[in-house]
Design a protein around this ligand. Structure first.
Ligand SMILES: NC(=O)c1ccc[n+]([C@@H]2O[C@H](COP(=O)([O-])OP(=O)(O)OC[C@H]3O[C@@H](n4cnc5c(N)ncnc54)[C@H](OP(=O)(O)O)[C@@H]3O)[C@@H](O)[C@H]2O)c1
Length: 163
């Protein structure tokens, strides 16, 4: 199973200036629960935005740079290679962004784990449109904002139709 994980606003916005648009500890916890123990694949810019390897998961970073090295992460030159290595480690792999990587992996994903954040913010990076002819919403759990989580949001699972 290849799963895309994303948190996006109502306009599919996901980032600005190589950062996330919100601070939602409940979503970070959800992300950790989904991905811990499984390989995660990300673009070089998302890796730089996080700034370190995430613990308890094999971190695979995709980059075309030839002379780029980071401690504690597996760097590969293509998405195909990233998926090949990840699948050798575990059948369940997670693609964690960013926008550029999502665009290129929607067609190979079996499932989308979306956090829909109930806001519209200025952004420079977006998630591709989720085509309802291809994706079916199979589960939705919503949470209201509180003192630590600044927006209402819903955890949504989409499954590929006839996938
Ligand atoms: N809200 C969310 O859930 C979420 C999740 C993740 C990221 N984000 C946000 O998204 C933004 C970053 O996304 P982004 O679209 O700018 O960048 P990105 O997808 O993280 O990374 C793009 C980089 O990946 C490498 N790359 C992409 N396709 C490749 C391919 N086919 N083969 C080899 N390397 C490839 C290239 O690295 P090189 O330039 O090194 O060659 C490219 O510059 C940030 O704002 C971040 O905070 C949000």
């Amino acid at each position: 199973m290849t799963t895309i994980v994303v948190a996006m606003g109502e306009k599919n916005e996901i980032g600005s200036d190589n950062q996330l648009l919100w601070h939602l500890p409940k979503d970070l916890k959800h992300f950790k629960e989904l991905t811990s123990g499984h390989p995660i694949i990300m673009g070089r810019k998302t890796y730089e935005s996080i700034g370190k390897a995430l613990p308890n998961r094999t971190n695979i970073v995709v980059s075309r740079k030839k002379d780029w090295f980071q401690e504690g992460v597996l760097i590969v030159g293509s998405i195909k290679e990233a998926v090949k290595f990840a699948k050798k480690i575990d059948e369940n792999i997670f693609i964690i962004g960013g926008g550029n990587i999502y665009e290129q992996t929607m067609e190979i994903a079996d499932r989308l784990e979306v956090t829909l954040v109930k806001t519209q913010l200025k952004a420079d990076t977006f998630f591709p449109k989720i085509n309802s002819k291809i994706w079916k919403l199979s589960e939705e759990i919503c949470h209201e904002k509180d003192e630590k989580n600044q927006y209402d949001f819903c955890f949504q699972t989409y499954e590929r139709i006839n996938g």
